[in-house]
Ligand binder design. Structure first.
Ligand SMILES: Cc1cc2nc3c(=O)[nH]c(=O)nc-3n(C[C@H](O)[C@H](O)[C@H](O)COP(=O)(O)OP(=O)(O)OC[C@H]3O[C@@H](n4cnc5c(N)ncnc54)[C@H](O)[C@@H]3O)c2cc1C
Length: 396
């Protein structure tokens, strides 16, 4: 894969860069840069801006509403999007459930759900985890009982990201307890704004509200909302997780963070006349982080090439997930070193105007550090990814 040489790709890159510099909503970029939380209206505005260009579902084939880009174009687009400081696209619609719908859904389901995902007007959440089913996901208890043309849903999902911004949720439900537990699971979608559904906020360690507990009591949904066959939900859920784990790389964002840390460390004193950037231990960690991002990039490109050649991310996605999340944690750790005592400031929803100089970057950077601790937990913990690699990649 050649990302820099061809004139067509260079032209493509400058078109994308120019859009983000000149036409993307500036208020959203400013809010993200200040570390402020986005409201639901902000999220819709940000995603509909990309949707209007036909760029939100950037990896989808044209026939389903995507731009039909090559792997190289998608990669360049992601790099430019992250470089510009655009908020991370909520993945539950475009990266997670969208491909499940167009791969396993009926034509009627494609017509009902794909347009709203691709244009950014409809938000989705992921209902996998439960209070007693995380790593051992197949032991989930959330029940869907068939009653004529409907399923009756009862149960609790937890750690549901972006449920506060979502209109729909896709759920792993138990439709049978008779056989091996993976075989009794069914993939069902439901609207969140209906009687019997309660979305309760959970405030996370970064001081923000992006997680919820979602409770369903006797909620009826049409059988139409089931994707694929009853009892085959586990298969669809694992296909989805392969895409989810591959999506964590975010190379452009990591390079931007490293450049920011370098700029900050060039300003900050490490005692006497020495700047932090001249501190040999800090500089060595920074260089090591650069190399980790290079190695991650090569791994992503290898996985993308195998997908392009007709493969799927498969179990190798677990390698990528560990590399990407540990690198993200190391980079945000460097931010905290640079923040030093300023990192003790409370990270509020936006940076107070009186915080200038060193302090201005510290609070959002430290909040990001805390938020990034969760990356080795969600999408299947990194311990579980090591088990997968041992069993399915190394055949141990
Ligand atoms: C910020 C955040 C966002 C999330 N978003 C979502 C979401 O949108 N939708 C959703 O459905 N879920 C979401 N999750 C939930 C996430 O997928 C689970 O937290 C995760 O799968 C772990 O499950 P658990 O929390 O029940 O921990 P447990 O499964 O109880 O694990 C506890 C510890 O034991 C270890 N462990 C467990 N089993 C093994 C084993 N067999 N071998 C070795 N170690 C093991 C784990 O690695 C972990 O360290 C989110 C979580 C976080 C933190």
């Amino acid at each position: 894969m050649n990302l820099s040489q061809s004139p067509e790709l260079q032209q493509f890159r400058s078109e994308i860069r120019s859009y983000f510099q000149n036409d993307y909503p500036k208020d959203i970029l400013e809010k993200v840069a200040s570390g402020a939380s986005l409201t639901t209206a902000d999220v819709r505005k940000a995603e509909m801006a990309l949707g209007a260009k036909g760029w939100l579902a950037s990896a989808w084939p044209k026939e389903h509403g995507g731009p039909g880009w090559s792997i190289e174009e998608q990669y360049i687009f992601d790099e430019e999007l992250e470089r510009a400081g655009v908020p991370t696209v909520t993945p539950m619609g475009v990266v997670y459930v969208g491909p499940v719908v167009y791969t396993f859904g009926s034509d009627e389901q494609k017509a009902a759900w794909l347009p709203g995902i691709a244009d950014g007007s409809v938000g989705w959440a992921q209902g996998y985890s439960e209070p007693d089913a995380g790593s051992d996901l197949a032991s989930l208890q959330f029940s869907a009982v068939r009653d004529g043309d409907e399923y009756v849903l009862n149960g609790t999902k937890i750690w549901t990201s972006a449920a506060n911004h979502a209109d729909w949720i896709f759920l792993l439900t138990r439709t049978s307890k008779e056989e091996k537990k993976q075989l009794g699971i069914t993939f069902v979608c439901a609207e969140l704004d209906q009687p019997g559904v309660t979305v309760k906020p959970i405030i996370s360690i970064d001081g923000k509200y992006h997680l919820s507990q979602v409770e369903f009591v006797d909620v009826r949904v049409p059988v139409f909302n089931r994707i694929g066959e009853e009892g085959k939900g586990w298969t669809y859920s694992q296909y989805l997780l392969g895409n989810e784990r591959t999506s964590y790389a975010r190379i452009g964002g990591k390079r931007t963070q490293l450049a920011n840390i370098r700029a900050i460390a060039s300003q900050i004193s490490a005692g006497g006349n020495q700047r932090l950037i001249d501190d040999s231990a800090f500089a060595a960690r920074l260089s090591a982080a650069d190399m980790r991002v290079d190695a991650l990039e090569i791994t992503v490109l290898r996985v993308l090439c195998s997908v392009k050649d007709g493969g799927s991310p498969g179990k190798e996605a677990s390698i990528l997930k560990i590399m990407a999340t540990e690198t993200a944690q190391e980079i945000t750790g460097l931010f905290c070193v640079a923040a030093a005592e300023h990192g003790m400031r409370k990270f509020d929803d936006s940076v107070s105007p009186e915080w200038t100089g060193d302090a201005a970057f510290a609070a959002p950077g430290v909040a990001t550090y805390f938020g990034t601790r969760a990356q080795s937990i969600y999408g299947g913990t990194n311990e579980i990814q090591r088990n997968i690699i041992a069993k399915h990649v190394l055949d141990l």
